[in-house]
Design a protein around this ligand. Structure first.
Ligand SMILES: [Mg+2]
Length: 232
């Protein structure tokens, strides 16, 4: 087995439970701004928001839109389609309220503390995330994960998102690590696993929902974080 020295973690849905925390935040927004008359129910709004948000993230990743446009349009388009009054005027405020609310949510992925506690004495732990810097930093602190982390790399500071190899190269440089002594842990096959692979970094794929994968076989695959203790 390789002698790893650096463990790079993805943040959202690998350590911090983005799906649960984001959904809770959107529910608060749904109630606060009284969306109910414009959608069948919360789930109707949520599925429309998710679809729109995923499409906009691809646009953002490809450099076609700014982070401000992404943040605004993920609400504005859905609300406008639903006939929500003055959607164009309120979506900026809704978007900033949503981001603020998410930073107060602290649900983490099962066993994250235990695994990080186990790893911290043996390896340097870093994070590579696509999320917005000012949001991710607050989430990291609020969820009490920051004490485990040596370097916190956000795609935003580099101007390049996963799975671009340049982001992983930058992370290696920043942490003074080599690809050979590093391993990447992430829940996104396309972003974390293929991205790290292209940068010559081994990978642990956190495949919680039995996702189908492509041609590149991850170095390791686990269905729960705790299984990492058997690998590292
Ligand atoms: Mg993730």
């Amino acid at each position: 087995m390789k002698k790893y020295k650096h463990v790079f973690f993805d943040f959202d849905n690998t350590l911090w439970d983005f799906t649960t925390n984001s959904k809770e935040s959107l529910k608060e927004i749904f109630n606060m701004y009284q969306f109910a008359p414009y959608f069948a129910d919360f789930e109707d709004f949520y599925s429309k928001y998710e679809k729109n948000n995923n499409e906009l993230w691809l646009e953002y990743r490809d450099g076609n839109i700014s982070k401000e446009t992404l943040s605004f349009r993920r609400f504005a388009s859905v609300l406008e389609d639903a006939g929500f009054p003055d959607s164009h005027f309120v979506s900026g405020k809704i978007s900033s309220d949503y981001l603020t609310i998410t930073t107060t949510k602290t649900k983490i992925i099962d066993d994250a503390y235990e695994v990080l506690n186990y790893l911290k004495t043996k390896y340097k732990i870093h994070i590579i995330t696509d999320g917005f810097f000012e949001v991710q930093v607050v989430k990291l602190r609020a969820s009490k994960l920051s004490s485990f982390v040596s370097n916190f790399i956000t795609a935003e500071e580099v101007g390049i998102l996963k799975p671009n190899k340049k982001l992983f190269d930058y992370a290696l440089k920043e942490t003074e690590a080599t690809a050979e002594e590093s391993i990447m842990v992430g829940d996104s096959y396309e972003n974390d696993i293929v991205g790290a692979y292209n940068a010559g970094i081994d990978q642990i794929f956190l495949n919680q929902n039995n996702q189908i994968i492509g041609n590149i076989k991850p170095t390791y695959t686990v269905s729960k974080l705790i299984e990492i203790k058997n690998i590292l």
